[in-house]
Design a protein. Structure first.
Length: 260
């Protein structure tokens, strides 16, 4: 808790210009929520209901709207309760899981060649050969390159159809269950994982094994991340703060990376 609080205070100090050293570049990893935001085919999507907007009878400007959204859509967090009974809900996810040092595993080339690519132990092994061991407690982000296809549903999801029947037509990369288990256990024991696709499991998955493995270990997942191409392989930090929905299985996420 102390480490997360210290990171949050440092971030606030940087934003206020009080940090004596340069805070580095801040990279927004979040897609804006609007009518084009990509959601699972069975969900309605994000709706902004316009309320009052304009100059009041007293002469000052005022605006207030309403929105409705599914928990899982756009840039969002999957809390462990999403696929693991008894797991943390969104409001229960420890802050330490949401703030920390991060690495970027770039698998764009493999995913461009095969949109069903499963990010496996071989991908992680190649990354470690080039960049060193993934430190214990890291936030691991996967760049498939699919973030560049947002918000074209056909290119991003593999189908632009809606409804339950469309789920079987989803085609995008994701994490292999064996790799998920490797990240969750042993010397890596990552604190969170994220990806620039609609799910940490590939679109063709029907058992959502990567979700289940990570969530049983208490590891939250960040999905539909943006601008991962702007991140280095390592040496940066991530702050990923979701809407604190009591009892929620997921929710909208504002994620940023802090580069040195």
């Amino acid at each position: 808790m102390r480490a997360a609080a210290a990171a949050a205070l440092w971030l606030l100090a940087c934003a206020g210009g009080t940090d004596p050293a340069s805070p580095g570049e801040l990279v927004d990893l979040t897609h804006a929520f609007d009518a084009d935001t990509v959601f699972w085919p069975t969900e309605e999507g994000f709706v902004l209901e316009r309320g009052r907007e304009g100059v009041t009878e007293r002469g000052f400007y005022y605006a207030a709207h309403r929105f409705r959204t599914a928990e899982h859509g756009g840039t969002h967090i999957d809390a462990p309760i999403h696929f693991f009974a008894g797991g943390h809900t969104v409001d229960q996810v420890p802050l330490e899981r949401l703030v920390g040092p991060a690495v970027l595993v770039d698998v764009e080339e493999a995913c461009a060649a095969d949109r069903d690519h499963r990010i496996g132990l071989a991908d992680l092994g190649r990354w470690e050969e080039r960049h060193g061991r993934i430190p214990e407690g890291s936030i691991v982000l996967f760049r498939t390159g699919f973030g560049g296809r947002w918000p074209d549903r056909l290119k991003y999801l593999g189908t632009d159809e809606r409804g339950p029947a469309a789920v079987a037509k989803l085609r995008f990369p994701g994490l292999d269950p064996e790799a998920a288990g490797w990240l969750a256990a042993g010397a890596r024991r990552v604190r969170a994982v994220g990806i620039d696709t609609a799910s940490i499991d590939p679109g063709t998955s029907v058992d959502f094994e990567a979700h289940r493995i990570l969530f049983e270990a208490g590891i939250p997942v960040f999905e539909n991340l943006a601008r991962l191409e702007r991140l280095p392989p390592r040496g940066f930090r991530v702050v990923a703060l979701p809407m604190k929905i009591r009892g929620g299985s997921g929710g909208p996420l504002r994620a940023i990376a802090i580069l040195p």
